[in-house]
Design a protein around this ligand. Structure first.
Ligand code: FPP
Length: 257
């Protein structure tokens, strides 16, 4: 399928653009998409520039994909921006990332306000510098009534850490663990307001989950793109969506022929 032949047609009733393939078949859009943004460092190396500039290019790519996701009707977009393991990086790189996050959250705010997007954060953001988590709180607060799309940013997020924090919190609330159900767990994770991803995208050709949404991706379709995150364009995004359209989702059951 040639993505350059994809047509987008406005659907004014729903305030989105519908995607059609070259044979005029409608392309279905996953309601919930999660992305592991990988390859900023390799992009910087390829362009012979400092790693920080690779991350800056990654922020710019994210702005484009957020806007496109909202435009075509994705309801939940969740991105992995800083993991609990990323603290192992050099102080210089971590500080550069924090500065970039602060700067680009401003740009995300503009896009969210313009496009009726609710911003949320998953992960233990309160281990970040105060100016950064204050900004996160502010953005959550000012966008809390927006309802076109939920854009969730994973900041200081690790799936195992999320599960441990959840169990500790339930324990402190004297939860009766003898009666626990899967729904109780889903409803108490950081992602309680996010639909489990239909599609998980990872860029830069790595076949790893890296401690991202391990509980939530039980039945997600996985798409690995060879493209480095800063080079991930809306056409690459379409490729992932086309691939999703070709999957046969059975959720463990079988389809009657
Ligand atoms: C992984 O690339 C990427 C990161 C650790 C940071 C990702 C963050 C962004 C793209 C920006 C998000 C911005 C906001 C405002 C939410 P890497 O450095 O591991 O790449 P490498 O594997 O090629 O070295």
């Amino acid at each position: 399928m040639n993505v350059s032949k994809i047509k987008t047609v406005p659907d004014n009733d729903n305030n989105i653009y519908l995607l059609y393939d070259e044979n005029n078949n409608i392309i279905s859009i996953p309601e919930s998409i999660a992305i592991i943004l990988d390859g900023n460092g390799r992009y910087a190396k390829k362009k012979k520039m400092p790693r920080e500039l690779g991350h800056k290019a990654g922020c710019e790519a994210l702005e484009v994909i957020l806007e496109e996701a909202v435009r075509i009707g994705v309801k939940f977009l969740t991105v992995y921006a800083f993991s609990t393991e990323n603290w192992k990086r050099s102080e210089t790189e971590i500080n550069a990332l924090f500065n970039l996050f602060f700067l680009y959250l401003g740009k995300i705010e503009e896009k969210a306000t313009k496009n009726n997007v609710k911003i949320s954060f998953i992960g233990d953001i309160y281990k970040f510098p105060k100016n950064l988590y204050d900004e996160c709180d502010r953005l959550m607060n000012i966008t809390k009534n927006n309802n076109r799309c939920v854009f969730s940013i994973a900041f200081n997020y690790g799936s195992r850490d999320e599960i441990v924090r959840t169990i500790k919190r339930l324990n402190s609330e004297h939860f009766d663990f003898s009666k626990i159900t899967e729904i109780d767990i889903s409803d108490n994770l950081d992602t309680k307001n996010i639909k489990d991803p239909d599609l998980l995208i990872r860029t830069s050709g790595e076949f790893r989950l890296s401690n991202f949404l391990l509980w939530q991706i039980a039945y997600s379709e996985i798409y690995i793109s060879d493209v480095l995150w800063p080079e991930f364009t809306k056409e690459e995004f379409y490729k992932a969506i086309i691939s999703y359209n070709n999957r046969d989702r059975r959720f463990g059951g079988r389809k009657e022929k």
